[in-house]
Design a protein. Structure first.
Length: 669
């Protein structure tokens, strides 16, 4: 939105670098009994999390705070009765909590587009409500970028939704279509027939003062999810406050750039049994201008609206450590392995609380690097937060309490009136489909394939020294890196840090790798002990074309499995010889004649050969520089792999192939 007060990409800043570390919590009546008492408990939890938040220089402009609750039907009926409008039954209408431009003309245009799009999609706008707010509690910075906050009420044109799930999908479709038309002039904090979000660029204490609705005794809910934001090295805004539409997140997604690229690439192979031909109208799945938490929420809601339950989608995106867990049941292991062939983990230190309005829960990342405490009272209330002591509960009122462990999920189902234990929940989801059978039918183990004829030996007759020079080897590489690797089978460690000058400042030729350093987390990650690291780290790699993420079945996991991303010569030979109905391997040379073309032309030629191979049905591409010699020099391996990777993403064919590198250049971990 134009009200956002953070800058557009400039210099070294880009919005995609935004991360946050925050306080999160929820209160829920396990029996699903709506009350204002639950709302008050949520507000008290939020106030106790204020130390987890940050504020601007004026001390009154918060990084963000908010609350997600069930739609307070009785309260809203009373509000609309004053306007002479009668709302239909609870669950048969949706509420859009909208942040719109304060300029009256721009706001009118946005509302016209919104109403018109809803009409085209089979919905009608029952009415509008100006959400009461008290801007006087805000700091100067927050007030200057404050949007106009309006609620729109929508219902199906035929009066009754086919089902609440179908109605939710309709609302989702309308929201995405309007977002694509209006861009920054429209933001829906929530748009659902079940939940509503009150949030903003406020402090935890300011939220109930800014939104009088939350203090009204008629505002009742069986659950409340609250969040207090601390944006790390980032710019706060009204939109980036949590909760988002399904989650509140404490931590960060370290793997975000890769997750985003892969989700973009998958769009070309997705086919939805739920949305059918309308699926492409939802693309792009992810809104790149959002924070890591917002993008995570985009992916989660997409999976949820395409048929997965919310806990199922969370387990796909944040899997518990399974590959090294010898005590895990085979059915649950098969669940995680099956989904790992289709989707990579959204990894990082994270506590994610989630809800769809009837179920509410929380999950911890597989490292367990974020705290999560919970307490169950004798009168069937559950409180979960990133802190202990967010509510003053007498000891005699406590039934039991505990904490989330790495990879564990806590879930309360208010429809069934019970807490679903982690073990029961995961057993239920793991046994819902024959994942083990699908894996046996679809996966090929590379080690189990018969031995293949060796690849052609290096040609060109170049002496070893010339090849070493062609790949930029130095005496230091040979003595300090390769010799210890060959002699001790261990990665040599020189020091805990490095004081090497930046490659860009060097007057000597440098390898391309030297210009790039690891992207460290902006939020502190504590060291992991060797026992836990062995449990949570997996080197299993899958090769071949990805299946359809939205249609479970054996055909969606036809991949080649290898125990390590680093292949032996024998494994490479097997891979090069693989030609069957599901897999075909092509080898593309990275060697080019510098006398005939430049590096850019060589890259373009590589991309063209890759496109041609994919059109012929290739599912694995081996990039090889074996023929380097006096008549041909290699494209730098990092440039070739990265360039081809992004070219295929742009061509929307990346998930149709895996890239394997056969090169003499890489030698350092």
């Amino acid at each position: 939105m134009k009200s956002i007060n953070y800058p557009q990409p400039q210099g070294l800043y880009h919005p995609s670098y935004e991360h946050d570390a925050c306080g999160v919590g929820f209160a829920v009546d396990i029996q699903g009994r709506p009350s204002h008492a639950t709302v008050k408990r949520g507000l008290q939890i939020l106030a106790r999390l204020s130390h987890r938040a940050a504020a601007g220089a004026d001390n009154d402009s918060g990084d963000g705070a908010g609350m997600l609750l069930q739609i307070p039907h009785q309260f809203l009926c009373g509000e609309f009765a004053q306007l002479g409008i009668e709302l239909p039954a609870a669950g048969t209408y949706g509420v859009a909590m909208l942040f719109l431009p304060r300029d009256s003309q721009a706001r009118a245009h946005a509302e016209q587009i919104f109403a018109g799009t809803a009409e085209q999609e089979g919905l009608t706008v029952l009415g509008w409500r100006n959400v009461p707010v008290h801007p006087g509690v805000l700091g100067t910075a927050a007030d200057q970028c404050r949007p106009a906050i309006r609620q729109a009420f929508l219902a199906p044109q035929n009066g009754t939704p086919q089902s609440q799930e179908a109605f939710e999908r309709q609302l989702f479709m309308v929201r995405r279509l309007v977002e694509k038309q209006l861009g920054g002039d429209f933001y829906a904090a929530s748009m659902s027939s079940r939940t509503i979000v009150y949030k903003g660029m406020v402090t935890a204490q300011q939220l109930p003062g800014f939104y009088p609705d939350l203090r009204n005794e008629k505002t009742a809910s069986a659950l409340c999810l609250v969040h207090s934001r601390f944006s790390t090295n980032t710019f706060p805004s009204w939109e980036r406050a949590h909760p988002i539409r399904y989650i509140a997140h404490n931590g960060e997604i370290n793997t975000l750039r890769g997750n985003v690229n892969w989700m973009n690439a998958r769009e070309s192979v997705l086919h939805s049994p739920v949305f059918g031909q309308d699926l492409e109208r939802l693309f792009p799945i992810l809104q790149h201008e959002g924070s890591d938490s917002a993008i995570f929420d985009n992916a989660l809601e997409f999976l949820h609206h395409n048929g997965r339950s919310l806990p199922h989608a969370v387990m796909m995106m944040i899997p518990e450590p399974w590959s090294g867990h010898k005590q895990m049941e085979e059915s649950r292991r098969a669940f995680y392995e099956y989904h790992s062939t289709m989707m990579e983990p959204w990894d990082g230190p994270a506590l994610v609380a989630f809800t769809d309005g009837s179920q509410i829960g929380a999950a911890l990342d597989r490292n367990g690097l974020r705290p999560a405490r919970y307490c169950v009272t004798r009168d069937q209330q559950l409180i979960m937060a990133s802190e202990a002591g967010v509510l003053d509960i007498p000891a005699e009122a406590v039934e039991h309490k505990g904490r989330l462990k790495p990879g564990m999920m806590l879930l309360v189902d208010t429809d069934r009136g019970r807490i679903v234990e982690d073990q029961d929940l995961k057993e239920e989801l793991a046994s819902a489909s024959p994942y083990q059978e699908w894996l046996q039918e679809g996966i090929i183990d590379l080690n189990a394939l018969p031995a293949a004829q060796k690849q052609a030996a290096e040609t060109g007759g170049a002496p070893l020294l010339e090849k070493q020079k062609a790949f930029g080897f130095t005496n230091e590489d040979l003595n300090l890196i390769l010799t210890p690797l060959a002699r001790d089978s261990q990665d040599p460690v020189g020091s805990m840090g490095t004081d090497s000058p930046l490659a860009v400042l060097s007057e000597r030729p440098q390898l391309l790798y030297s210009y790039f350093k690891q992207l460290f987390a902006q939020v502190t990650n504590p060291p992991i002990d060797s026992i836990r690291e062995a449990l949570i780290t997996s080197t299993v790699t899958y090769l071949g074309a990805e299946g359809n993420l939205l249609r479970p079945g054996a055909e969606s996991c036809r991949r080649v499995r290898t125990d390590s991303p680093i292949l032996s010569s024998g494994q490479l030979d097997k891979l090069a010889a693989l030609q069957d109905d599901a897999h075909r391997t092509d080898t593309l040379s990275l060697v080019y004649s510098h006398r005939q073309c430049g590096l850019e032309e060589a890259l373009d030629g590589l991309f063209a050969r890759a496109d041609e191979a994919i059109s012929r049905g290739a599912s694995i591409l081996i990039l090889s520089d074996r023929t380097v010699g006096p008549d041909g020099m290699p494209i730098p391996a990092l440039l070739a792999v990265a360039g081809l990777h992004h070219h295929l993403i742009r061509q929307r064919t990346r998930t149709k192939v895996s890239i394997v590198l056969d090169s003499g250049e890489p030698r350092e971990v």
